[in-house]
Design a protein around this ligand. Structure first.
Ligand SMILES: *[C@@H]1O[C@H](CO)[C@@H](O)[C@H](O)[C@H]1NC(C)=O
Ligand SMILES: *[C@@H]1O[C@H](CO)[C@@H](O)[C@H](O)[C@H]1NC(C)=O
Length: 217
């Protein structure tokens, strides 16, 4: 290889690295309203024909309603992702609304495909995440204050105020995905062997059975 060829190849590699996108793939047209019923399987969803696209495809009122917090965690996530709002397809963006009863928690979870940012709309939330070095970063936030959760890291929010709390979050993915740590480990089906969880948490299998029973398995 000549030195000019090798310089050219290094340049190509540098450009490829510089343009690597830390988000969903870029789009190839103005929009692509998801046809959620399409039988073709691709990375994302096929577009419905432009001739059938209307203004309604670009608007969504699902975040205007408070979710019911009458559940074990005392919180409710209302998702505006590509599944509920097909207009987001290929645009690399989505949002959630999370409502909390006093003491309610959006339990430790991670989003494998997105960085998250959020603004507190109402109440007081303890927001925290854990880095891959197991450092815990956290702060109590009030209305108007924001947070960011780097992509993939385990995080939570808990209502530490005396009234209800609400946050609106945004993601750089049309479908960030969610892994709720407690549910993944203790409510997966088929169930994870008790011996695995007992050894993992250094507890007796009875403790594992007790935790599993609280998540209905
Ligand atoms: C998908 O199917 C559902 C149920 O049959 C229907 O209500 C909806 O309008 C369909 N959506 C599209 C984009 O065709
Ligand atoms: C969240 O709220 C919606 C609307 O009230 C409700 O249908 C849904 O079951 C709730 N989810 C949970 C996990 O409580």
């Amino acid at each position: 290889m000549t030195s000019s060829t090798s310089r050219f190849l290094s340049f190509v590699v540098m450009v490829a690295l510089a343009y690597h996108c830390h988000c969903d793939p870029d789009m190839l047209q103005d929009f692509c309203i998801a046809d959620l019923n399409a039988t073709t399987v691709i990375n994302g969803f096929p577009c419905k024909p432009v001739s059938q696209v209307t203004s309604n495809d670009f608007f969504f009122n699902g975040l205007s309603r408070e979710g019911s917090t009458a559940n074990i965690f005392g919180s409710n996530v209302t998702a505006a992702n590509v599944l509920s709002f097909p207009g987001l397809n290929t645009l690399g963006i989505s949002m959630n609304r999370v409502d909390f009863t006093p003491g309610g928690i959006n339990p430790p979870h991670s989003h494998p495909r997105a960085t998250e940012t959020g603004v507190i709309i109402k109440g007081e939330l303890l927001v925290g995440f854990i880095s891959t070095s197991n450092v815990f970063y956290s702060k109590v936030l009030k209305a108007g204050e924001m947070f960011v959760i780097p992509k993939g890291l385990v995080h939570f929010q808990q209502n530490v105020g005396s009234g209800k709390a609400q946050t609106i979050t945004a993601f750089n993915s049309q479908q960030p995905g969610v892994v709720v740590v407690s549910l993944a480990l203790f409510a997966a089906q088929p169930t994870i062997p008790n011996t695995v969880l007992a050894k993992t948490f250094q507890v007796d299998e009875r403790v594992v059975l007790d935790i599993k029973s609280r998540f209905g398995s």
